[in-house]
Design a protein. Structure first.
Length: 433
């Protein structure tokens, strides 16, 4: 007879194991989804409320604009570096401790950033920003927690709803930067650092929310439902995650899809404001274009989840490749036609959404439950590393060859993804996913 949801260590491996009554699953899915959506709103609010002022803060602390971009880069690098350690913790102990640790590191990073601003230490600022990036990694990995308990045919929709919840923070966060800065006016804390204190407090609240309410742990529950073979000793290691990707062509396609979609989006997006400025666009217009891009990224993710579940992961991966390529064509040839650039950036966000949702769902589908957290951490490490390199090189390409060539190179990154998706679809035509 199945027990009510609970936690124990009855496998002999020392790992926590959840026992669950299958009849309780619908309620657990709703509860888990609610907690993850709430955490995404909070966590998603904490990152952009401070990131909007990062270049200005870096300039103040370093004394030169030449180093202003390094702080944002440090956050991306930090998110990449922490992905595998968080995944290793999740594979061993479940989603909850991994997500809580990610937000705790992010909160500590926020405190270091404020200290660096007060004492004017640029190395400490870089360290703080790297730790701050851990909160972004936790935010990203929460989408996989949504898939743990989802019915396979609804897995992409479960992921997409959590991604959609990021819209609220992404839209509200930058608009809260100014009020958060004014909170510390007249104190020793620079106004550009004030939002980081708010972000740190938000990360603490998010961690508490997850620690208290994300019970039973969705990953441990999924393993319990998968059967005793999912508790084999050694099956949950990060090394097992690498082995699972190596053994599954679909997992490799999924990993390439997520990395290529994210890298193409970041590489083009980061230089679009510069190109718009070269063609006479003001700050207000640039803001509108970026807002439309963010709307494309998040607001339509439930549509991409529905399409991925209904038409199959491979079909939506193909859609992602098409949308991202069209976006690069439109943006790269727009010149002074700002409306065309805006349309291109909106489609760039929409293509990212299609690739992220379908790729994440396919990745979860393609590996055993015992290796999922490790594989998902590997995916986020690859995605963030590639995007960090792409964003750093985008400025060089822009300076040497121009925005049009940057878009062309960005589109070329999609070729391996498209070819592999087509090959997989032709090799297994009867498999919908």
């Amino acid at each position: 007879m199945s027990a009510a949801p609970g936690t124990g260590t009855g496998t002999g491996t020392g790992r926590p194991v959840v026992t669950v009554d299958p009849a309780e699953l619908p309620r657990l899915r709703r509860r888990t989804s609610f907690v993850l959506i709430a955490s995404q709103i909070l966590g998603g609010l904490g990152v952009p409320v401070s990131i909007a002022l990062t270049p200005a803060l870096a300039t103040e602390v370093s004394g030169t604009e030449a180093l202003s971009g390094l702080a944002s880069t440090a956050a991306v690098v930090g998110a990449a570096l922490v992905s595998l350690p968080l995944a290793a913790l999740m594979t061993a102990r479940g989603r909850r401790p991994g997500l809580v640790l990610g937000y705790a590191i992010g909160a500590a990073g926020a405190a270091l950033v404020v200290l660096a601003a007060v004492i004017r230490s640029f190395p400490l600022l870089m360290l703080g920003m790297a730790a701050f990036g851990a909160a972004s990694s936790a935010n990203l990995q929460a989408r996989f927690a949504a898939a743990d308990l989802a019915v396979p045919d609804h897995r992409a929709r479960a992921i997409s709803v959590v991604v959609w919840a990021s819209t609220i923070g992404a839209v509200l966060g930058p608009n809260l930067s100014a009020p958060a800065s004014r909170t510390f006016a007249g104190t020793s804390i620079p106004e550009t650092a004030g939002p980081f204190l708010w972000a740190g407090a938000v990360f603490v609240l998010t961690g508490i929310l997850i620690a208290v309410l994300l019970r039973p742990d969705p990953l441990l529950t999924a393993r319990a439902l998968a059967g005793p073979e999912e508790h084999v000793h050694g099956g949950h290691s990060v090394r097992a995650g690498f082995a699972a990707v190596k053994a599954s062509p679909r997992a490799r396609l999924a990993l390439i899809t997520v990395a290529a979609s994210h890298t193409t989006m970041v590489s083009i997006m980061v230089m679009t404001p510069v190109d718009l400025g070269h063609h006479g666009a003001g700050i207000q217009l640039i803001g509108l274009v970026i807002s439309g891009h963010i709307a494309g990224m998040f607001a339509f993710s439930p549509v991409m989840g529905w399409l991925s579940d209904r038409l199959g992961r491979l079909s939506v991966i193909g859609l992602a490749a098409g949308l991202l390529s069209l976006a690069a064509l439109l943006a790269g040839t727009a010149g002074p036609r700002h409306g065309q650039t805006a349309l291109g950036l909106f489609l760039l966000g929409l293509g990212w959404s299609a690739g992220m949702v379908s790729g994440s769902a396919l990745l979860t589908d393609s590996v055993p439950a015992r290796a999922r957290a490790a594989v998902q951490g590997l995916s986020d490490l690859t995605m963030n590393t590639c995007a960090g390199v792409g964003g750093a090189l985008a400025g060089l390409v822009m300076a040497e060859a121009g925005y049009g060539w940057l878009n062309a190179i960005g589109a070329s990154l999609l070729l391996p993804m498209a070819v592999l998706a087509l090959f997989t679809a032709r090799r297994h035509p009867a498999v919908k996913s």
